[in-house]
Design a protein around this ligand. Sequence first.
Ligand code: AHM
Ligand code: MG
Length: 332
Amino acid sequence: QHDKLALPVGTTLDRFIMRKQEDFPYATGELSQLLRDIALAAKIVNREINRSGLIDIAGAYGNRNVQGEDQQKLDVIANIRFIRALRNGGEVCTIISEEDEEVIQTGNVQGKYIVAIDPLDGSSNIDVNVSIGTIFSIYRRVSPTGTEGTMADCLQTGTNQVAAGYVIYGSSTMMVYTTGNGVNGFTYEPSLGEFFLSHPQIVTPQSGAVYSVNEGSSNSFSSGMAAFVTYCKEANYSARYIGSLVADFHRNLLKGGIYIYPPTSKSPNGKLRLMYECNPLAFIVEQAGGKSSNGRTRTMELRPEDMHARCPLFIGSKELVEKAEEFLAQEE
Ligand code: AHM
Ligand code: MG
């Protein structure tokens, strides 16, 4: 509410970030700059995504891009764009990416920040014009500056996040992020090339009537998980599952609901990654008044064993996540 009054209609993301920086008297502006770097890379990736369906048509006119990149490779392109933006920005010493097996050292040894990123999640949806997203998470390094970031810098628990956000490339493109002071959403105006504040201080409904889970795996659900799905059906909830995490999460954040990626026989620890997917969305959902856990333990308190570790995800409206946890607790 405070933000709605304080910020005029037509507030751009850049201006918003600058205003927010004034709220932290000792801030040096590096985090603000880092968020702007991410937003810039997001605009570039957005442009590539919008054009991706035209690549073959453009090729027919002799306009094929030099690399001959096909659409599926957009996740690789997105990875390159974000890493380049973060490296050039200078605030980040080390990046971990879902797309890269190894840690990426930017060479900016004075950089205070660590970024974990899933550059393009849901990439199997690119070919079929379904919404996809970028998810990011920002930590302050724990090691002293002047050297490369360490594994301990990269494997912090989610509670240490200083900022997290996502970009959804959908019917419109949005960036939603938190720095621990609530959640704000910005919608991209392509002809102006700017993100504008469109969703100030997002508060997620405490409950909801939507459950989002891949029921194709229900044969391998645990008894508690199966009982929760039955409960949702008996309550006449709607099933909504795009299969694109950012899109499913974004809808439930605004409208209420629960997203679940439970353990299955194919993915005994769930499919989603703690550092790139679960923690950033958990920070956002908590800042919006919702909840996130692995079914038993708060997501942001899970200890990452390695940077690509997976964990089950139960995320969304508080009452629904608690209800699911109750069913799991009753399992023998
Ligand atoms: P990806 O990182 O390979 O793109 O996979 C992540 C995606 C999520 O966006 C989505 O929620 C989930 O995988 C869907 O998985 P499934 O098809 O097993 O339901
Ligand atoms: Mg992913």
